[in-house]
Write a protein that binds this ligand. Structure first.
Ligand code: CMP
Length: 456
């Protein structure tokens, strides 16, 4: 039997089909966790066709036992799919508890002893709860999957835990009320709920459970005998720790939701306290804060791009840069119709720089070490000596090439007129690009010569 099973092709432990199957397993387990206590406490069924649904749920759990034999496992980053997996499954997974959790004793009782009470049938289903901890293992696995949003997974997990605890306590509260009510006072009798229908009874129980767990306690449904009293303060104690757990988790999820924003705020906080300690003039502080505001609105944290991307393999990094710099590549005329390998070679060398208005990027007569491409904003090239403005540059322009091409001093000053986003190409990278791509070199030289002449 086992050798037959091992011949069937194996599933990758992170495949999409396995994820769908795991979602189904979670659903079936939660169905059992909801329905079994409900039936036992309220002696009632939720759907008319409950028996069919139970059979289907059990079928899924049994099928899962067999399917697990065909799921590979990851060992030191490698997916192991061979026959060892069977022994691995025996040793390392919940094989035995899965078998116990799937035994369809209740179905057999229902079929062969049709007069058995619903409570007894439900009791026989209790081993299904053994599957419950596995839901959290599945959630952990999804949480570690880079394709899933970890905040969403954690939030769903938290909601499930909270709802199920509320539900179980509601069922227990009704069950206690029912038992104690038969011999004396009970919350059910005092609130005239004995004769009500199951929906009203359940809703009242759930209402009590939620108000007591949250320690809101409106006091309209109160314990009426000693057992109910003991149960009530046990639930209150549980409620305090449960909600401390919920609040802690929700706070952690929310603070992780926008990690980049938090990182940026931390940085801004450091800058602000630095300026405050060093007693930097208010007007200068305002400039700094304006700069960070612009950075946040348009670029988020550009330094992060480099930190995060640096460890990626060259080819993936190039593709990401091509995507990030797409706007620039589309705007700069000399990049259009360029060969893809030229673009790929260039993007990896460009470094972003953001400058505030009225900032000098280049000073006339200085030695040049880099050239610039304009992604956003306006700059002017002008002579500081004569005050003559040569040109106003916008997105798609480039400048600073003359000093690099002719190994000369800067022929003009360049100043920002607005906030500007530039990309810098350093001299040694510029020389390499010129060497390897003569077409680009021709175009740049042509433009540089025209500019040089206009200057005179
Ligand atoms: P560079 O001389 O390295 O530094 C100043 C830059 O201003 C220069 O390169 C050109 O890119 C740019 N520049 C100089 N003169 C003009 C002009 N007449 N028109 C446009 N840009 C110019």
């Amino acid at each position: 039997m086992l050798s037959f099973l091992s011949r069937i092709p194996s599933l990758h432990p992170e495949s999409k089909s396995l994820t769908v199957w795991e979602a189904l397993l979670v659903f079936v387990t939660l169905y059992n966790c909801f329905v079994i206590p409900f039936r036992m406490a309220f002696h009632a069924i939720i759907f008319d066709f409950w028996f069919l649904i139970d059979c289907l749920a059990d079928f899924i759990l049994i099928a899962d036992i067999f399917l697990r034999f065909h799921v590979g496992y990851i060992d030191e980053g490698e997916v192991i799919k061979d026959k060892q997996k069977i022994s691995y499954y025996y040793r390392n997974t919940d094989f035995k508890s899965n078998i116990l959790a799937s035994l369809p004793i209740d179905i057999l009782i229902y079929l062969f002893l049709p007069n058995t009470s619903l409570i007894l049938i439900s009791l026989a289903r209790i081993p299904r709860f053994l599957r419950f901890p596995q839901c959290f293992l599945i959630f952990r696995k999804w949480d570690n999957n880079v394709y899933f949003n970890s905040a969403v997974i954690r939030m769903i997990e938290l909601l499930i835990i909270v709802f199920l605890i509320d539900h179980w306590i509601a069922c227990l509260w009704f069950f206690i009320g029912n038992i104690t009510g038969q011999s004396g006072k009970s919350w059910l009798q005092i609130n005239d709920l004995y004769l009500e229908n199951t929906t009203t009874q359940y809703l009242h129980s759930l209402y009590w459970s939620i108000t007591t767990l949250t320690t809101v306690g409106y006091g309209d449904i109160t314990p009426k005998n000693n057992i109910e009293l003991i149960f009530t303060f046990t639930v209150m104690f549980l409620g305090v720790s449960l909600y401390a757990f919920i609040i802690g988790n929700v706070a952690a999820i929310i603070s992780n939701l926008d990690a980049s924003k938090n990182r940026f705020r931390d940085k801004l906080g450091q800058v602000q306290s630095y300026m405050w300690e060093r007693k930097i003039p208010r007007s200068l502080q305002k400039n700094v804060l304006d700069y960070y505001q612009y950075m946040w609105e348009y670029n988020r944290d550009i330094s992060l791009d480099f930190e995060l991307l640096d460890e990626l393999p060259h080819s993936i990094k190039t593709q990401i840069y091509c995507y990030l710099y797409q706007e620039l590549l589309e705007k700069v005329p000399i990049f259009q119709d360029a060969e893809p390998c030229f673009i790929e070679d260039l993007v990896i060398k460009l470094k972003p720089r953001i400058l505030p208005p009225n900032d000098y990027v280049i000073r006339e007569e200085q030695i040049g070490h880099e050239m610039y491409f304009v992604k956003r904003g306006q700059l002017q090239a002008f002579s500081e000596k004569t005050g003559k403005v040569y040109t106003v540059m916008v997105a798609g322009s480039f400048f600073g090439e003359i000093a690099l091409l002719y190994d000369s001093r800067r022929t003009a000053s360049v100043k920002t007129l607005t906030y500007c986003e530039l990309f810098v190409l350093y001299k040694e990278d510029f020389n390499k690009v010129l060497e390897n791509y003569p077409q680009f070199s021709e175009k740049v030289k042509e433009i540089a010569e025209k500019r040089y002449q206009v200057r005179d």
